[in-house]
Write a protein that binds this ligand. Structure first.
Ligand code: FAD
Length: 430
């Protein structure tokens, strides 16, 4: 929107900290900022919170422990505790069943935590543009059933997963892998109910039948195998197995095509499972995600860019505000295959605060999936537990900026780290 048009939009809301996007990162950013005393507004396009953990039906939480130690705690641990208390947490420890949670309970937990912290919520509202000058954010522009609105804030946190706010504000970003700009594939998650779990064959057997169905033209899916998980309920199986490649998660046209293609794949997969796989004879499609899952889109260039070497070298940073231990995990952006590169056994890497600070901005932080990282490093740090930890750090930092009248790059990182540890975070130099 032109500056001239923008000036005609009424300013209907304002807050000290404005968080855009209510996924794991934005939820934790908003809760943390409010708990640290900032008047905080959280803007979310859907009618519920949780982001990919709810709208994307993404499950389970990828590892947040290594070498026998839990490396992500803080608000993320509180989410687990509340999921557990509400009956929405899996206690099974086997590889394909652990760390599963109930997405509906997650919606409740997310809302309760935000409301208890005093976060002001604006749901059903999309951030579509910004007013920013010379690296300073002034407003975000909203579109909703109420029409156009503008929101003023002192510090803004972009937790849209796609870096929508930072990109609109003119921040530099990259997309996809270096050689051709392609991002990781998208996946529409789905769940089957009524499965007789005891009769499900070995994974290899399912994959062999899947290969046959692909060869027979019954399934058009570039994914190399069937990826499935147990859930919190017996008889309910979670599938992370559709694959749509060469689409851009920041293009509405591409998202439309991807959504249609993925749903066709779901139909084929359901038919295949019911007809060919023992244990699924009486199974039914019980849910598909509200939206297709976008693994990768924009990566905002920050004061530091995380690399594959940082991840695989388990690098430590003096301004670490979160830790990660998930593998480099790149689902082939062009087709079939998945590249996995593991960290050394029992090791974790640090994520520096500078990755949350878009280059050249004084009152904007990025949290969650689009923080500053290469395609390779992003494939590790994109998972939900890390997004939650990054969000909590961004929220505390934003509140500190408000309280002390500082810029985001002027934050006293020693004080930030100390505050995060006091809040329960696990940082490597504790
Ligand atoms: C297919 C797939 C499989 C995955 N598998 C796993 C897994 O098994 N385990 C794991 O731990 N992680 C997994 N991940 C990664 C993880 O789900 C995401 O990377 C993580 O949720 C990122 O958190 P986030 O808060 O940064 O973004 P998101 O979870 O994407 O949340 C962003 C939020 O912002 C809102 N939003 C976006 N744009 C706007 C806007 N312009 N205005 C207002 N609101 C907006 C969205 O509605 C959403 O609520 C997977 C991801 C995908 C896509």
């Amino acid at each position: 929107m032109s500056d001239e048009c923008l000036r005609t939009v009424p300013v209907s809301l304002g807050a000290e900290v404005v968080v855009c996007g209510g996924g794991p990162a934005g939820l934790c950013a908003a809760i943390a900022a409010a708990q640290e005393g900032a008047d905080t507004l959280l803007i979310e396009r859907y009618g519920f919170l949780g982001g990919m953990a709810t709208a994307g039906l993404v499950n389970p939480f990828m590892p947040y422990y290594t070498g026998g130690k839990q490396i992500i705690r803080g608000l993320f641990q509180e989410i687990i505790d509340r999921l557990d208390a509400a009956g929405g947490w899996s206690h099974r420890q086997d590889e394909w069943a652990r760390d599963a949670f109930d997405p509906e309970i997650m919606k409740l937990v997310a809302q309760e935590m935000a409301e208890e912290a005093g976060v002001r919520l604006r749901l059903h509202t999309m951030v579509v543009d910004v007013a920013a000058n010379d690296g300073h954010m002034e407003q975000v522009l909203l579109a909703s059933k109420s029409g156009w609105e503008a929101v003023e804030g002192r510090v803004f946190v972009d937790a849209t997963g796609d870096g929508d706010v930072a990109a609109r504000a003119g921040a530099q970003y990259e997309q996809g892998r270096a050689e051709d700009g392609l991002s990781q594939p998208m996946t529409l998650m789905f769940r089957m109910g009524g499965v007789d779990e005891k009769r499900i064959p070995a994974r290899g057997e399912i994959n062999a039948l899947y290969d046959e169905a692909k060869a027979a033209g019954e399934i058009n899916n570039l994914r190399e195998n069937v990826l499935w998980f147990y859930t919190t309920r017996p008889g309910e199986i979670h599938f992370n197995t559709t694959r749509v490649v060469k689409r851009d998660g920041t293009s509405a046209a591409d998202l439309t095509e991807a959504e249609l293609e993925a749903r066709r794949q779901v139909g084929q997969m359901v038919r295949f499972l019911v007809e060919k796989i023992p244990g699924f004879e009486n199974a039914y499609l019980m849910a598909t995600a509200t939206q297709i899952g976008v693994r990768e889109s924009r990566r905002i260039i920050g004061e530091y860019v995380m690399t594959e070497d940082d991840v695989l070298g388990a690098r430590k940073f003096p301004d670490a505000i979160a830790r990660g231990c998930y593998d480099i995990d790149i689902h082939d952006p062009g087709g079939t295959g998945t590249v996995i590169k593991q960290l050394p056994e029992g090791e974790s890497y640090d994520i520096p605060y500078r990755c949350l600070c878009p280059r050249g901005f004084d009152n904007l932080l990025v949290a969650g999936r689009p923080i500053s990282a290469t395609h390779e490093a992003h494939s590790s740090l994109r998972v939900m537990p890390i997004a939650a930890a990054l969000g909590e750090a961004a929220g505390v930092a934003a509140a500190m900026c408000v309280e002390r009248g500082q810029t985001v790059t002027g934050v006293d990182v020693t004080a930030l780290r100390q505050r995060l540890v006091e809040r329960g975070a696990s940082l490597s130099a504790e």
